[in-house]
Design a protein around this ligand. Sequence first.
Ligand code: APR
Ligand code: ZN
Length: 239
Amino acid sequence: MQLKTAAKMIADVSSVAVLTGAGVSTASGIPDFRSTTGLWTADEAREYYISNYYFHKDPVDFWGKYKDIFRVKLLKDYGPNHVHRYLKDLEMHGKQITVITQNVDGLHTLAGSEHVIEYHGTLNSATCPNCGRSFDLPYLLETETPICEKCGHVLKPDVVLFGDPITEHDSAEKAIQQSELVLVLGTSLLVSPFNILPEYANSLGKPSILINREPTVMDELFDVVIHDDLSKVVQQLQK
Ligand code: APR
Ligand code: ZN
């Protein structure tokens, strides 16, 4: 029943704000963070290392840890999956889709989605904190500790580190204001301030759908909640 209601809610609108998390990319072979096989589950200390504090404390060791933790994502041996392509498909059928993603893997853009807000930044580049020069991923993989060619400073990844400010929150709220429906896919909704967004949508009276394999702490906020595998649900939504 929930599936039919969700399908009708999506069919009936012309604009959707889609909030995504790591559960959208697991079908591409990228582990999420808090499932039993998640990156953070493997080693709690990892959140300490992927932090603004640790980057400034020990930039060289930070980069070693960063590359080790994000290895599967950095080596680019993955591509968009059925879920990313479903969102592109909705766009192709005339809907205004704005993806607000916590993911740093770049897969929504790779799948062709035109309006993507990378709420937690991206793995695909790094910036010199001293002179602002930007460097792409191949450059970052060339050396152990990426250094700015111009001024010799250690580069900072363009992934939002724990403790970094979130510069995309306003644009995310604006996208929600301008959408008729909010669709949340594959996230535990445990990380702030991203998890304020469903509450914000609720405060605006936006209808909302959550599709996530496991229950989340915010299930009761949503009009429709589906606890199942995303690839399976997306295939059923496309029938
Ligand atoms: N289908 C449906 N749900 C899935 C699937 C799938 N194939 N695979 C995983 N999930 C669900 C998991 O059950 C889990 O509840 O996706 C959710 C992913 O939650 P997290 O691992 O916490 O990832 P996410 O919510 O994206 O984390 C948010 O935390 O550490 C930070 O920056 C990191 O962006 C990340 C943020
Ligand atoms: Zn520099």
